[in-house]
Design a protein around this ligand. Structure first.
Ligand SMILES: [Zn+2]
Length: 209
């Protein structure tokens, strides 16, 4: 089983390869690798990412078959089934690193800010269930001077949304809460830059990691 520290190192190295176009993905999706993982999986990290088509998780971390347990949902929000998916991977496969991966200019964040600043009635209840989960951290930001600076507001909002999801994962599940001290499970928040291709692990990374 790979430690959270080692897993984080692997993700950082893979992302660097992706951003510098030194990808190794071909070998990681080979037929040999497929045969190897058919019998069982031992993903070294769980990634809860946004569904945005520009942030395909395996690609941006230059990983292949069997490496990552990926959960994707618009706005990288937290809902019970998503928490359950993280619990499943952590318990079943012993995965010790969980990353909430948001990204710059996230559409779900933009839509929520828009809805808060110019409320409209109605809309799909299913879509609203996403906006409702992003909303609380946005409301806090809109109560500050950031509301007068649209660009800075979006930047802060993306990170606030990632922090909120990571915090929810750390404290919203007794399974995960238990695995943190007993097994060294680590939940971190990270932002992918659509512009540079780089991932910044900015939340919950212990000193020296
Ligand atoms: Zn997004």
């Amino acid at each position: 089983m790979m430690s959270a520290r080692e897993a984080l190192k692997r993700l950082r190295e893979g992302n660097r390869r992706f951003a510098t176009e030194a990808r190794s993905a071909d070998s990681l999706t080979s037929q040999a690798r497929r045969t190897e993982v058919a019998a069982g999986q031992e993903p070294f990290a769980v990634i809860l990412g946004c569904s945005d088509s520009r942030v395909p998780v395996e690609l941006v971390f230059d990983q292949g078959l069997g490496d990552l347990f990926v959960i994707r949902v618009a706005g990288n929000i937290i809902a019970p089934s998503l928490v359950g998916s993280v619990e499943f991977a952590a318990e079943r496969f012993g995965t010790r690193l969980v990353v909430v991966l948001g990204h710059s200019r996230c559409g779900a964040v933009l839509a929520t800010l828009e809805q808060l600043q110019r409320p409209t009635r109605g809309g799909s209840p299913n879509l609203n269930s996403i906006v409702d989960r992003v909303r609380p951290s946005m409301e806090e930001l809109l109560a500050t001077d950031l509301r007068n600076d649209p660009e800075a507001l979006v930047k802060h909002a993306v990170r606030a949304n990632i922090r909120a999801s990571a915090s929810h994962l750390r404290h919203g599940s007794y399974v995960i809460e238990e695995l943190i001290p007993s097994e060294g499970l680590l939940v971190v928040g990270a932002e992918y830059s659509l512009e540079t291709g780089l991932v910044d692990f900015f939340d919950g990374v212990p000193e020296g990691y």
